[in-house]
Design a protein around this ligand. Structure first.
Ligand code: ADP
Length: 634
């Protein structure tokens, strides 16, 4: 270990890190070689950062040092040493980064590690706890580092991975970070050149800086995104994806493009198989890094893609942007805006082609990333392409995971159908119980089923598709629906018998319910249910109102129209009672309870106390009627 240490101070690991180290130190994972990848990747990040600082014109310690990673292997001493000439760390950074501050993902990581023993090393890369993986192979680790900042002193961190670490100041160290690993007796193979060489070929071949083992360079540095498509093999594409995502999964597909006019850039973008964001493993950030002439300028570049395409992983490399562009000026740079516009169009075309050529793969993408993709409903520039890519379940699908495009929906429409209909609910079962659906079922009109809150924003945001209005079924006037005339006539006849009485009953119901409803009328949309609530013209759909209400609880639900179904036995009974005595108490109770029940069906909870006592009163009354009827019989 490095000599010349003064002022050694002992620190305790943060509890979470101690726990993590405990798992790693006692690990018997077969692919412990991942620690090599993690240390190289940290070295490469540190080199990117110092190169960037140099481009920005900052003063840098040891500026003559080449940007590289040197690995020294010593079989006799059982040592693995890796040194980079990167940005290094100040003492404060060292304490913060390696030991005391737990990364946001680390407790989740520990949980997963204990649950899924086998996948342990695979998870390390996903959670950003990479450095500690060194303890899978090392029994003692000394990290010496010197920051690129001229006024900072070099320091050394040392630990055996159990409970604590020490930090001391050291002298005469070149810029960068050196990690000296004393290998565990069962891990001495990591001092063998062929083993490390293979690990580098497997995981780190695309590191954009030379990696040397005992002085000899082992990686081939190539920015494959700049190569012509014809010279990159499928295997190389996959390897590069695994490299940038630190995973062993293949991507679903990739898009490699080179634009020359009016702007010059290359891009290599991948669609991963798994949406880590959905599982809470990854933050909501853009997965694409921006390079300028092969130099990494910004990771997770927010200005290069819109948020709804953040699931893509990869690189964009511009020829025209200045190397020393800052985050602030990047935002307003017209070049970047143009690159973004071209990229979005190309990506949407790529997805369209995928949907057309490989339905199964497209659905795989949709199930994983559809939720994020739908956030793009505000991208008015690309509205048409975006709409083509949407998928929904519908009444014409057999199961809840069968999906249709809007285009296919339209192709199934009869010529008389002028609008596209949808209905929201938490599941297929819930939607299919909704009384609003009855008339659509009867008339055999397809309805899109929307299961996610964002879906209504998407469809009401689009407004139209293929010149057809997109409409929530609870806002549809049933007389505008294509109808089977014969059926309509018989219905009218039925209704005609009671028309006046029914009208009076409606007035009485409105009277009982007061301001809770705006109007009570005879329904033309119900076939089975006794009653339903309708949103008056010009108001939002129920689902939208509910979403707004969750955002702001002061927003009141607008009173609705109540429609009653004269074909329903309950309504017919109420009519009979009404005709005998319009002020009958039982009628009043029944109407109130009927109202509560349709409010619930509409997705709201009415005043629970009023509802329960109303229900119990009604039960009391009907049970006493029933018991007296029975005793009469006896
Ligand atoms: P991650 O790299 O995913 O952030 P690590 O545990 O591997 O997680 O590293 C923690 C932090 O320590 C890094 O984010 C970085 O700031 C710092 N670090 C690690 N290795 C180096 C290095 N070789 N040079 C400079 N800083 C480093």
């Amino acid at each position: 270990m490095t000599k010349g240490s003064t002022d050694t101070k002992k620190y305790k690991f943060k509890a979470e890190i101690s726990q993590l180290l405990d798992i790693l130190v006692h690990s018997l994972y077969t692919n412990r070689d991942i620690f090599v990848r993690e240390l190289i990747s940290n070295g490469s990040d540190a080199l990117d950062k110092v190169r960037f600082a140099e481009i920005r014109g900052e003063k840098i310690v040891d500026s003559e040092l080449p940007y590289e990673i040197n690995i020294t292997l010593d079989k006799d001493q059982k040592k693995f040493i890796i040194a980079d000439t990167g940005i290094g760390m100040t003492k404060d950074e060292l304490i913060a980064n390696i030991g005391t501050i737990a990364h946001s993902g680390s407790s989740e990581f520990i949980k997963k590690m204990t649950e899924q023993n086998q996948e342990g090393p695979e998870l390390i890369g996903k959670f950003g706890v990479g450095f500690y993986s060194v303890f899978m192979a090392g029994k003692e680790v000394a990290l010496t580092t010197r920051s690129y900042l001229p006024e900072e002193k070099a320091c050394q961190w040392q630990s055996d991975g159990t409970g604590s670490f020490t930090i001391s100041t050291v002298e005469n160290i070149p810029r960068g970070t050196k990690i000296e690993v004393s290998l565990r007796d069962d891990a001495t193979k990591f001092a063998e050149t062929t083993i490390i060489e293979n690990v580098i070929k497997k995981y780190s071949n695309f590191v954009p800086f030379p990696i040397k083992i005992n002085g000899k360079q082992v990686n081939t540095i190539s920015a494959i995104w700049r190569e012509p498509k014809s010279s990159v093999t499928d295997e190389q594409y996959k390897e590069f994806f695994k490299f940038i995502t630190n995973s062993s999964e293949d991507p679903i597909s990739h898009l490699h493009l080179k634009a020359d006019v009016p702007i010059q850039f290359s891009a290599l973008l991948y669609m991963p198989k798994t949406n880590l964001e959905m599982y809470g493993f990854a933050p909501r950030e853009i997965g694409v890094n921006l390079f300028v002439k092969r130099v990494l300028i910004q990771e997770h570049c927010e200005d290069i893609l819109p948020q709804y395409l953040r699931f893509l992983r990869g690189v964009v490399d511009s020829e025209d942007l200045p190397l020393n562009i800052s985050r602030e000026t990047l935002q307003e740079n017209s070049e970047i805006i143009r690159i973004k516009n071209v990229l979005v169009k190309k990506i949407l075309t790529h997805l369209t082609e995928l949907a057309e050529s490989n339905h199964e793969t497209y659905l795989e993408f949709w199930k994983e990333f559809g939720r994020i993709f739908k956030e793009g409903y505000m991208d008015f520039q690309n509205r048409d392409k975006f709409a083509e890519l949407l998928r929904f379940n519908s009444s014409k699908m057999e199961k809840s995971d069968d999906l249709t495009s809007l285009r296919d929906y339209v192709s199934r429409m009869t010529t008389d159908q002028k609008e596209i209909y949808y209905l929201s609910g938490t599941s297929r079962d819930v939607i299919e119980q909704n009384p609003h659906l009855e008339i659509f079922k009867k008339k055999n009109i397809e309805v899109l089923y929307l299961y996610e809150p964002i879906d209504e924003f998407v469809l009401s945001g689009l407004e139209n598709y293929s010149e057809k209005k997109l409409k929530s079924v609870d806002q549809v006037d049933p007389s505008t629906l294509t109808s089977d005339e014969k059926e309509e006539e018989t219905k009218d006849e039925d209704v005609a018998i009671n028309e006046r009485d029914l009208g009076d009953l409606c007035t009485r119901i409105k009277n009982i319910l007061g301001d809770q409803v705006t109007e009570v009328k005879i329904s033309k949309r119900l076939t089975d249910s006794p009653a339903v609530l309708i949103n008056p013209d010009g108001t939002m759909s129920t689902q939208m109102q509910k979403i707004f209400q969750t955002i702001n609880q002061d927003i009141k639900i607008t009173p609705k129209i109540m429609e009653i179904n004269p074909k329903n036995e309950l309504i017919q009974n109420l009519l009979t009672i009404y005709k005998q005595d319009p002020t009958d108490e039982f009628l009043t109770r029944s109407v109130n309870n009927l109202y509560y029940s349709i409010v619930i069906l509409d997705g709201y909870l009415p005043d629970v106390h009023k509802m329960v006592s109303g229900m119990q009163d009604l039960l009391k009354e009907s049970s006493s009627l029933y018991s007296s009827k029975n005793s009469d019989v006896k």
